[in-house]
Ligand binder design. Structure first.
Ligand SMILES: Nc1ncnc2c1ncn2[C@@H]1O[C@H](COP(=O)(O)OP(=O)(O)OP(=O)(O)O)[C@@H](O)[C@H]1O
Ligand SMILES: [Mg+2]
Length: 475
């Protein structure tokens, strides 16, 4: 049907009156000026109410200052403002952390909401394609609260109806550039609501020195580095198996050595046994004395040591059967941690087929049955593809250090991990900046968490050997 709308082209229209133009005029409704004024005032009041609702403290401060000025004059208002500013400054000086927590980060969040996010929201949304401009009207996702932590801004957003998390995950780069951050991470907080994390600074930008060896024997989650929120990174090794994937030079050694370092007191107390498989002969051989006779380098020795671990595991399982369902490390039944550097040398790249099958079978047996009886595996490898490591899914915990290709990230951390911000393929190849940096999934966090392992230097390893190698075996 022909629609009489302004701007529509009147095609196929035949006029029976020659030389007469067919003109369509839009209907013009004249709005009384008073109605326009009332609407504008209504909008201003609504905006004012919304501002007071969203920033009650800032509004209260302004009202109180205004009232003081009005009642007692400007000197009183100015001297009160000065006193409050002085008090806040001394608080910062005396106890910075509590000031930051209670006042500083709130002020910063307010400032960043107003100056960064609200100011740039409309252009960034429209240009990135997350908002729509239809018939002169903007339909934008709703900007919610901004919370500042020591290292990042967390911005809550209500998505437009019909949008998916993936729409946002695909545009993290647009968001990061738009709001002047180096990266952006997207996580779903409630149905229809997202939280976007924009880092302000990077606490992992410089290498971390080896952490102090714990005073008490501990087998529980061991501290091996720092998370991007500045908190300690604790890795669970007892009751799980851990796979560390990273390209050459990514810093796999620093994770292996940090774990060994923090388990040394427990090993000294007899609660942990460290077994080492070092097919490349370059990593664990440096602290060989720490492993006593439980050190293997040639493929044959590695296969024998793995078979021995399977034997320990099966004997324990037979003893525990019907009595206990989980393992508590004791001197009689210590936690056995089998550390394997470059596991692919033993599985995929091993030319002797029989040996390869024997090793693969032992690794699969240990990863499927060892957890509950106190036998764990910590394995490192460079290439996480299935052809190279077909049992990678038998490792409950995985760490993605720097990887060569973006597809490898999801292979290590599970589907969608890269979309949610695990940019392991973008970690710097410069050792000072990127070695030991990686992404992990923690139970407490919906998205992947960026971490950095402490660097255990050759000198540290020598000191560890001197202090903890079993007697008579120290180098
Ligand atoms: N946590 C770290 N912090 C800072 N620098 C590190 C860290 N870990 C390693 N490095 C530096 O990076 C270099 C390579 O580290 P490492 O040997 O652990 O890598 P890798 O992943 O084991 O590599 P490859 O697969 O070739 O054995 C080290 O020589 C060291 O200089
Ligand atoms: Mg290595």
């Amino acid at each position: 049907m022909f629609k009489r709308l302004p701007g529509d082209e009147a095609r196929n229209l035949v006029s029976t009156t020659p030389d007469t133009a067919v003109v369509f005029r839009p209907a013009v409704v004249k709005t009384p000026a008073i109605l326009t004024i009332v609407i504008l005032i209504g909008r201003m009041v609504a905006r004012l109410v919304r501002t007071i609702w969203r920033h009650p403290i800032a509004a209260a401060v302004l009202v109180v200052l205004g009232a003081l000025w009005y009642v007692y004059g400007w000197p009183v208002a100015a001297s009160l403002t000065g006193t409050v500013v002085m008090a806040l400054a001394s608080w910062t000086f005396l106890d910075r952390p509590s000031f930051a927590r209670l006042v500083g980060y709130r002020l910063l969040a307010w400032w960043r909401l107003v100056w960064i996010y609200r100011r740039h929201w409309q252009p960034v949304m429209i240009v990135s394609g997350l908002g729509r401009h239809i018939r002169g009207r903007d339909y934008l996702p709703r900007l919610g609260k901004v919370t500042c932590t020591s290292w990042a801004d967390v911005v809550t957003v209500r998505m437009l109806k019909g949008q998916a998390v993936k729409d946002w995950a695909d545009r993290t780069d647009h968001l990061a550039q738009g709001f002047g951050a180096t990266s952006c991470r997207v996580a779903l907080s409630h149905a229809g609501r997202l939280s976007l994390t924009f880092p302000r600074s990077d606490p992992l930008a410089s290498p971390l020195l080896a952490l102090a060896i714990p005073d008490e024997p501990t087998v529980g989650p061991v501290e091996i580095g720092k998370g991007e929120d500045g908190r300690p990174w604790r890795l669970k090794v007892h009751g799980t198996h851990v796979l560390v994937a990273g390209a050459t030079g990514a810093g796999k050694g620093s994770i292996i050595w940090s774990v060994i370092r923090s388990l040394l007191p427990a090993a000294d107390a007899g609660l942990v046994e460290l077994w080492a498989l070092d097919p490349k002969l370059m990593e664990l051989s440096y602290g060989r004395a720490l492993f006593g006779s439980r050190y293997a380098a040639t493929p044959e020795e590695c296969a024998d040591l793995l078979d021995e671990a399977v034997c320990v595991m099966q004997k324990r399982a037979a003893r525990f059967a019907g009595l206990q369902r989980s393992h508590t490390p004791t001197v009689v039944d210590p936690f056995v941690l089998v550390v394997v550097d470059e596991v692919a040398f033993l599985t995929a790249y091993q030319s002797d087929r029989q040996l390869r099958q024997r090793i693969s079978a032992a690794l699969a047996t240990l990863t499927t049955q060892g957890r509950a009886v106190g036998v764990g595996i910590l394995a490192a490898l460079q290439d996480p593809r299935k052809e190279v490591m077909n049992i990678r899914n038998l490792f409950p915990d995985k760490i993605a250090l720097r990887l060569d290709e973006s597809e490898q990230v999801d292979m290590v951390l599970g589907d969608g991990a890269r979309d949610r911000g695990a940019l392991a393929d973008r970690i710097s190849p410069v050792p000072e900046l990127g070695a030991g940096v990686g992404y992990v999934r923690l139970e407490a966090s919906p998205g992947p968490v960026r971490v950095r392992a402490a660097y255990v230097s050759d000198h540290d390893i020598r000191a560890m050997v001197d202090a903890y190698a079993p007697r008579g075996e120290a180098a």
